[in-house]
Ligand binder design. Structure first.
Ligand code: P5A
Length: 451
């Protein structure tokens, strides 16, 4: 992409409404624009990162054997009346009536809808296990929408639902989700720690939230610092293996880590004092096992091998896809702007032309642009007639992890400058070597073309 042809409405001033750094940088980098309280338009740069995160979530869900689909945002209230949640959900649910006076709602979640789909089509254990998921906009009429996309009213969520014959099978599905979530967050450059939590309006008493530690997080968390040493890494996992998934769950949940909802002071005090931490975290996902809560209410039964009918065992699993942009920025930024992890960066590399209009510099930038594009990467070429300082400030703000700077002086010696956004370190090397290095860096990140 050439910046002269892109739409990147960068703001020079700090927007006064933004209280936390991620919100501030998302507005300043021209990623989002508020349309109403807690509702945002996703401008091209924000949309691009949203799609990158969404792609990682899809890839990891499918890797775990979960099946993508799409349900609508608007739902009939009937199913919610059947489950009893129409009244329970309270004012967070946006209720609408259509022209015929029928009660509708903008879905805050989809347990009822998916259970209805299940009961309409599946009646036998032979069709189990099954996990269906979608990535769709949700609406929760939060009393205090704030911090930009972090606590929106309209937000983008991956929600998945498992259907199993027995509790044992459903717990395997739970563990499988935990593993796939660990992988997903790590690919986004995040450490998200599973912590025992509360079921809230979704239900069930077996649930973990995934928290990214950050001072601006809305949840208070208590944990053994040893949990922060755990990484999933690139270990191979067989998602059908009960033992392997259970092993990962045990490894990642055996240390004390709880949100304030389930915090137990006595248990916490058993952690050696020097490892006890009280901090704040951003909830980027939650997994639930709630058994037959919805299947009983909606009559979603399956016939077992013994011919007996019983309500199907279920759980649901959510990732806050739009919230993740805020969480990643909270975890990865400096005073100049965002620092995108390679896995989610909107463009792989910036190209800054220090002397736009200089025939040699222009030609060198064009050939870098072509070489990177031919390698399957997406460079962002700042080809505007701007001062170098302004170009650097924009690149730093929008946070591309790598930048190639091209100027007449360097070109005389056959070199360009390659700068790492995170460390600030630069090196001079030939344009070919710079391209080679960027290609090698991204070879370790499964990264596709964005939108
Ligand atoms: C699990 C999937 C559920 O809704 N039903 C379907 C279950 N869980 S949850 O914990 O309530 O939400 C899942 C994730 O969505 C994100 N989230 C939000 N993101 C932005 N703004 C909001 N107002 C908001 N509310 C929830 C969180 O990341 C949460 O973990």
């Amino acid at each position: 992409m050439r910046l002269s042809r892109y739409f990147l409405p960068v703001l020079k001033e700090n927007p006064s409404e933004a209280q936390i750094v991620s919100h501030r940088y998302m507005l300043r980098a021209g990623m989002i624009k508020q349309s109403a309280a807690g509702i945002y338009s996703w401008l091209p740069l924000g949309f691009k990162v949203l799609k990158k995160i969404e792609t990682i979530v899809h890839e990891e869900q499918m890797r775990a054997g979960h099946i993508p689909m799409l349900m609508p945002t608007l739902q009939s209230a009937d199913l919610w009346k059947e489950s009893g949640r129409y009244d329970d959900y309270g004012q967070e649910m946006l209720r609408i009536s259509d022209r015929h006076g029928r009660d509708m709602l903008y879905g805050p979640t989809n347990e009822e809808l998916i259970t209805d789909i299940f009961r309409s089509h599946i009646g036998s254990y032979k069709d189990l296990p099954l996990t269906l998921y979608h990535i769709q906009w949700k609406f929760r009429d939060e009393i205090r929408p704030r911090f930009g996309v972090m606590r929106g009213r309209e937000f983008y969520m991956k929600d998945g639902y498992n259907f199993d014959l027995t509790k044992e099978d459903a717990l395997h599905a739970y563990n499988r989700h935990l593993v796939s979530y660990l992988r997903s967050y790590e690919r986004m450059g995040l450490q998200a720690i599973p912590m025992r939590a509360d079921g809230g309006p979704i239900g069930g008493d077996y649930t973990h939230e995934f928290l990214v530690l950050a001072e601006t997080g809305e949840s208070e968390v208590f944990y053994d610092s040893a949990v922060t040493d755990l990484t999933f890494g690139d270990r191979a996992i067989d998602y059908d293996s009960v033992e392997q998934c259970q092993g990962v769950l045990e490894e990642f949940t055996s240390k004390y880590a709880r949100t304030d909802e389930t915090h137990d002071e006595a248990l916490f005090n058993e952690v050696p004092e020097e490892r006890r931490r009280v901090a704040r975290g951003i909830e980027v996902g939650q997994i639930f096992y709630f058994g037959t809560k919805y299947s009983e209410a909606l009559g979603a039964n399956v016939q077992g091998p013994d011919g007996k009918q019983s309500p199907v065992h279920m759980g649901s699993h959510g990732i806050g896809v739009s919230r993740l942009l805020g969480a990643i920025i909270e975890a990865s930024h400096d005073e100049k702007g965002i620092i995108w992890p390679e896995g989610v960066t909107p463009f792989h590399c910036g190209i800054v032309n220090l002397k736009q209009g200089d025939a040699e510099a222009d030609a060198a930038c064009e050939s870098l642009y072509e070489a990177l594009t031919a390698a399957g990467l997406e460079p962002l070429y700042d080809d505007r007639k701007e001062r170098a300082g302004g170009k650097f400030a924009t690149m730093d703000l929008i946070g591309l992890p790598w930048r190639i700077t091209v100027g007449p002086r360097g070109l005389k010696n056959g070199v360009v400058e390659l700068t790492c956004r995170r460390s600030g370190e630069s090196e001079e090397l030939s344009p070919e070597a710079a391209v080679q290095k960027i290609v090698e860096i991204y070879a370790n990140h499964q990264t596709g073309r964005g939108f």
